[in-house]
Design a protein. Structure first.
Ligand code: G3P
Length: 230
């Protein structure tokens, strides 16, 4: 399962894009609102950090069919190749998805909360569907089960639409969707960090350092290995 970063924070994007195996960035109006300022300039900066090959998912704000089409085309014109326009899974959203996908635009149908929404989005030509895992779990529904059901439906139908699961509050949710055939997950910076952090790893490293120092002193291998020039 591929990993994407769910933030518009430039510092985090710079860090994770450089050091972690992420394949792009997703944003939405709420995520952009957290950064404030000039949203267009911010999106341009995100694209510059990512380069032209990584995915950037940007959500429409317009709510009327013709205006969504115009906004989607403007987003792609602004941000170039590998930009995916996020459109909510509503009646007007599906209409726009069908039109824009037929033009060859990459569409991520977002705010997906049921497998039937995902099915319709895929038939309308969406490149991705984005089921909201934690939001479902917080409604006492089965977020991971929803992703699993979508994965089954997509596998049977042979659709090219991919699942980009979103709205993660826990590391376990990320792992669980990976195990049911999810293609990609977009996770916030905090969850991304928690995916790697483990106190037992930290204590293991501390033990290694203690044992090494007891036997060899404070010199590291780097300092003990003879330099080629010596
Ligand atoms: O991409 C946005 C989606 O992940 C929503 O997340 O945390 O607002 O439920 P959240």
């Amino acid at each position: 399962m591929r990993l994407i970063l769910d933030t518009a924070n430039l510092k985090d994007i710079e860090y994770f894009n450089t050091h972690y195996p992420i394949e792009g960035v997703t944003t939405n109006p709420t995520i952009l609102s957290k950064e404030g300022g000039d949203a267009v300039a911010l999106l341009r900066q995100i694209r510059t950090i990512l380069g032209e090959d990584k995915e950037l998912h940007v959500q429409v704000v317009e709510t009327q069919y013709e205006r969504i089409l115009m906004e989607a085309r403007a987003i792609v014109k602004l941000l170039g190749e590998n930009t995916f326009v996020k459109i909510p899974a509503t009646d007007v959203g599906i209409r726009a998805t069908k039109t824009l996908s037929a033009e060859g635009m990459g569409i991520t149908v977002t705010a997906v909360l049921s497998p039937t929404q995902a099915m319709i989005a895929s038939l309308a030509g969406a490149s991705y569907v984005a089921p909201y895992v934690s939001r479902l779990e917080n409604l006492c529904e089965d977020g991971v089960g929803c992703v699993a059901a979508i994965a089954d439906v997509f596998a049977y139908s042979g659709t090219k639409t991919r699942i980009l699961a979103a709205s993660f509050k826990t590391v376990k949710e990320v792992l669980d969707v990976a195990a049911v055939g999810c293609h990609a997950a977009t996770v916030g910076s905090d969850v991304m960090k928690k995916m790697l952090a483990h106190t037992a790893t930290d204590t293991s490293i501390a033990d290694f350092a203690k044992d090494w120092e007891r036997a060899f002193g404070r010199h590291t291998l780097l300092e003990l290995i003879p330099n080629e020039r010596d």
